[in-house]
Design a protein around this ligand. Structure first.
Ligand code: AP5
Ligand code: ZN
Length: 214
């Protein structure tokens, strides 16, 4: 099963993608996580990506497309995968379709997690990410057992650099301009499915299971 998660920054794509990956035993491929890991390791890719990410802008398509196309060709992707944060522009979606077509494959579902902008701004300020394993929490909606400590690995939880209010607004603007057109793109491809992302995390996941099957 090959799934794309669509949705605004903070809509809950990552939260749901992790649950999908665990239930259906397929890899979770998050371009945001890949960039953050590269930033942490100080790689050339990380240095380039950080310049854009800190401003709330998208990293240029040419730095993203090959990365994902190479990743989905790996062995552990044979039974499918869930893409989180990619594609994010029409050229990225077209490049993905083209690469899959060359392999005789195609995406099965594009799930749009729908959350209005007002809710997003509230959510982002409460998000905390683990510096160790990348697990995400929310101080109100998905709190760790111990304040600012990761349940999974015990490391510190921090506010992401791009979750500051001014950057969140920029990311939303960029989303509406460059990423929202993908909703139409996948609607036309016949694989778009919509879920209400404003309800509890487990209720969002229940709607996703209805789409993907038990
Ligand atoms: P990326 O990491 O992909 O960020 P994003 O799309 O902005 O998405 P987020 O990770 O912020 O949010 P999410 O939807 O995953 O929400 P989450 O589950 O964490 O990308 C970061 C940057 O990298 C981009 O700005 C860009 O610069 C670059 N980049 C990445 N991919 C790229 C690409 N393909 N092309 C170009 N550039 C790229 O949830 C948010 C919070 O809400 C959490 O605290 C969570 O616990 C909480 N929450 C989740 N669901 C619920 C719920 N139902 N109710 C209450 N709280 C909830
Ligand atoms: Zn952790």
């Amino acid at each position: 099963m090959k799934v794309i998660m669509l949705g605004a920054p903070g809509a809950g794509k990552g939260t749901q993608a992790k649950k999908i990956a665990s239930k259906y035993q397929i890899p979770h491929i998050s371009t945001g996580d890949i960039f953050r890991a590269n930033i942490k390791e100080g790689t050339e890719l990380g240095k380039k990506a950080k310049e854009y990410m800190d401003q709330g802008l998208l990293v240029p398509d040419e730095l993203v497309v090959d990365l994902v196309v190479d990743r989905v060709k790996q062995d552990d992707c044979k039974n499918g995968y869930v893409l989180d944060g990619f594609p994010r522009t029409i050229p990225q979606a077209e490049a993905l379709d083209k690469a899959l077509a060359a392999l005789g494959e195609k995406m099965d579902y594009a799930i749009n997690v729908d959350v209005p902008d007002e809710n997003i701004v509230k959510r982002m300020g409460g998000r905390r990410a683990c510096v160790g394993c990348g697990a995400t929490y929310h101080i109100a909606y998905a709190a760790p057992k111990q304040e600012d400590i990761c349940d999974v690995c015990g490391k510190e939880l921090i506010l992401r650099d791009d979750d500051k209010p001014e950057t969140v607004q920029k990311r939303l603007d960029v989303y509406h301009e460059q990423t929202q057109p993908l909703i139409d793109y996948y609607h036309h491809a016949g694989i778009l499915r919509e879920v209400d992302g404003t309800v509890d995390i487990d209720d969002v996941f229940a709607s996703i299971i209805k789409i993907l099957g038990e």
